[in-house]
Design a protein around this ligand. Structure first.
Ligand code: ATP
Ligand code: MG
Length: 404
């Protein structure tokens, strides 16, 4: 790929996270290529390629299942990557003067360790910003002035947290100070972009330490105001629940098990949903209805901060409502519930609540045994519960129930 660009007379380098992770001895997730060839020129060289992006155009070159992103050197003229910002009032798209030299391309990047250019022709690394020194000192340093660069694009604060958590790097002092000062700027970031960024923060295998850093640096409430408020007020359950849920996510990712954004967001908002549903319960609503109403309210309050796509929202509500359904074990209900598509998520969620300190041992144990039991035994288990919707009865307190 790089050779083909070189043969055609273009300059090209590996850059970004791929080089950084490689130099740190890690396994790069993907590679980005920076080149002086224009998008059209890149496209002409590779049949299996596609120009994407309205404002700043990139070329995606497909290699089997992998996609390599090729970007033409660009200068800092386009700043924040927020969609729409490069569009003039008359709808014209700012594209003039967007391209630049290699050196300009380096200084418009975020952190020094992300601006190392690897030249595969001679295995040399081009370093315009002191990235090699910072890499060795395990320091995350903003290129240019942290104050200005975070104003330009507040998402860089989240990127800083993400890299610090993943690489276990420390912040350079002015970067850290500016993160403390500029947290509220996250409120200005378009909610759709924050959604994408949240997934990167929490679905890359370092969610728990990311969460710790987000709370230490007071950024978490700017992402999740409702849960953040509880945590800031010292609600141990809220903090513990979110931590355990994220640890659980990390473990799943490490084991190559699937994680869904719906479960993640359901967990991140649960402390708020729980609190709200308890108020509704006390005001006379039923268990299931109070979870449903609380869930909807909490989601609606969250959406202006982070736009959660609709398909995930429904699943979040399902998971929350399942917390009520799992307490209803009369008659044939458990047999039906267990084959419900949301059962597994609902059950996993229940286990987390228990682990975080809610008194749900009996219910958790029951469902765990129920899943492992054979059909006959399952019938026995339901029968043994008797007619009460929640409490387990002694054997013999035998009501006929479950004509549902
Ligand atoms: P990851 O391992 O998560 O992919 P990455 O460093 O490759 O980390 P990307 O989001 O893939 O991160 O971006 C690729 C490169 O583009 C970065 O290394 C950085 O040089 C530059 N970059 C990305 N986002 C920004 C930003 N908001 N501001 C400045 N430079 C950025
Ligand atoms: Mg990358």
């Amino acid at each position: 790929m790089l050779y083909r660009l070189k043969k055609a007379g273009y300059e090209s380098y590996l850059v970004g996270g791929g080089v950084r992770d490689l130099l740190l001895g890690g396994q790069p997730k993907d590679f980005d290529i920076a080149t002086d060839a224009l998008p059209e020129q890149v496209k002409a060289l590779f049949g299996n390629s596609l120009i994407i992006g309205r404002r700043f155009r990139l070329v995606h070159v497909r290699f089997g299942r992998e996609i390599i992103e090729v970007a033409t050197f660009r200068s800092h003229h386009e700043q924040a990557e927020n969609e729409g910002q490069g569009v003039m009032e008359d709808g014209r798209i700012l594209r003039d003067n967007v391209y630049g030299t290699l050196e300009e391309d380096a200084v418009r990047r975020d952190f020094t360790i992300n601006a190392l250019y690897y030249n595969i022709a001679d295995f040399s690394v081009l370093d315009y910003t002191g990235g090699m020194t910072d890499l060795k000192a395990r320091t995350l340093r903003m290129i240019g002035e942290a104050e200005v660069r975070l104003q330009e694009d507040p998402v860089r604060m989240l990127r800083a947290i993400r890299f610090a958590a993943k690489l276990q790097f420390k912040f350079e002092a002015s970067l850290q100070a500016q993160i403390e000062l500029q947290g509220q700027r996250l409120d200005l970031v378009p909610p759709a972009r924050l959604f994408d960024e949240i997934l990167k923060l929490f679905m890359s295998g370092y969610a728990e330490s990311t969460f710790q850093l987000l709370t230490t640096h007071h950024l978490f409430p700017h992402l999740f105001a409702q849960t953040g408020e509880l945590i800031t007020a010292g609600d141990d359950y809220a903090r513990q629940f979110v931590r355990l849920a994220l640890r659980n996510t990390d473990t799943r990712i490490l084991a190559d098990k699937p994680v869904t954004p719906a479960f993640l967001f359901a967990a991140l908002l649960w402390p708020a949903v729980r609190q709200r549903s308890e108020l509704l319960l006390a005001s006379g609503l039923g268990h299931l209805q109070s979870l449903l109403d609380a869930g909807r309210d909490v989601i609606n309050q969250q959406l202006p901060q982070i736009s959660i796509p609709k398909r995930f929202r429904q699943m979040m509500i399902d998971i929350w409502v399942f917390q009520a359904r799992l307490t209803q074990r009369q008659g044939k209900r458990p047999i039906r519930l267990i084959s419900h598509p949301r059962f597994r998520a609902g059950y996993d969620f229940l286990l987390l609540r228990n682990e975080a300190g809610e008194e749900l041992h009996e219910l958790c144990d029951w469902w765990t045994r129920f899943q492992e039991a054979g059909e006959g035994e399952q019938h026995q288990m339901c029968k043994a519960l008797g007619g009460g919707p929640k409490r387990r009865r002694k054997k013999g307190a035998d009501h006929t129930d479950g004509q549902d």
